[in-house]
Design a protein around this ligand. Structure first.
Ligand code: ATP
Length: 216
């Protein structure tokens, strides 16, 4: 799945964006399938805004985002739902777990929403063990620390098939050792699917072998 941005400018950030150099805003950029892409930017320059545009849950921009040559608005609701189920997965900056469910239920919900789940329930235990969150699986999400929530949100995003994984500051609540473990798991799962990712972050890092890095 190819993603192509053409002169995208966020309406609320137009003045700011037009005054600064950016590799993304108001440029023509193509994200090719399978690429590991880093988008680095200081706070407040629009990382979350961009991820929401790419996932098509926000549309207050000028310019065009095309998916496989078709602009986002040309896809029907059903097509969008199907793409979010099988082709694009996301880890939001604000994590978006259901507080009233346990950590395990949050992940399981994503797994069973697949018509043919790609993993059995034992995979949740396996990934939780790898990321050091086995002990919180049966706790309600509301009681988890931010670092635990972040690892559960990562596991949830890996429970579905995807061609692109979008991640908005996915390691912001993790220490370096845990960030490395999570990055290793994400890289393996992308390679298993021959998928690419788009990761936003504040700083430079060497956690992945990025194919391309952009400055927002
Ligand atoms: N709907 C909106 N209307 C107006 N301004 C907005 C809107 N959404 C975001 N902004 C502003 O746009 C700027 C970019 O916000 P965004 O959350 O995308 O930044 P970010 O780079 O992800 O920041 P951080 O690193 O702090 O998470 C901020 O100044 C924010 O206040």
């Amino acid at each position: 799945m190819q993603i192509a941005l053409s002169a995208v400018v966020p309406v609320p950030l137009r003045d700011k964006v037009m005054q600064q150099a950016s590799d993304i805003w108001n440029r023509n950029v193509t994200f090719s399938p399978g690429q590991f892409i880093k988008i680095k930017a200081p706070s407040g320059t629009g990382k979350t805004t961009l991820v929401h545009y790419l996932y098509h849950i926000r549309y207050d921009y000028t310019g065009t985002i095309q998916i496989n040559g078709q602009p986002w608005p040309s896809y029907s609701r059903d097509q969008l739902a199907a793409m979010r189920q099988a082709q694009i997965s996301v880890i939001f900056q604000d994590l978006r777990l259901f507080d009233q469910l346990t950590a395990q239920e949050n992940v399981e919900l994503k797994r069973v929403m697949q018509p043919q789940p790609m993993y059995g329930p034992e995979k949740i235990e396996e990934f939780a063990a790898r990321l050091g969150v086995s002990h919180v699986l049966r706790q309600s999400a509301a009681t988890l620390s931010y670092g635990e929530k972040q690892r559960i949100a990562i596991i949830r995003a890996l429970m579905q098939p995807f061609q692109w994984l979008m991640m908005d500051e996915p390691f912001s609540h993790l220490d370096e050792a845990n960030a490395q473990k999570a990055a290793q798991l994400i890289a393996e799962e992308c390679q298993r699917r021959k998928a690419g990712f788009i990761l936003t972050d504040l700083d430079h890092d060497n956690r992945f072998d990025y194919h391309v890095s952009y400055l927002l």
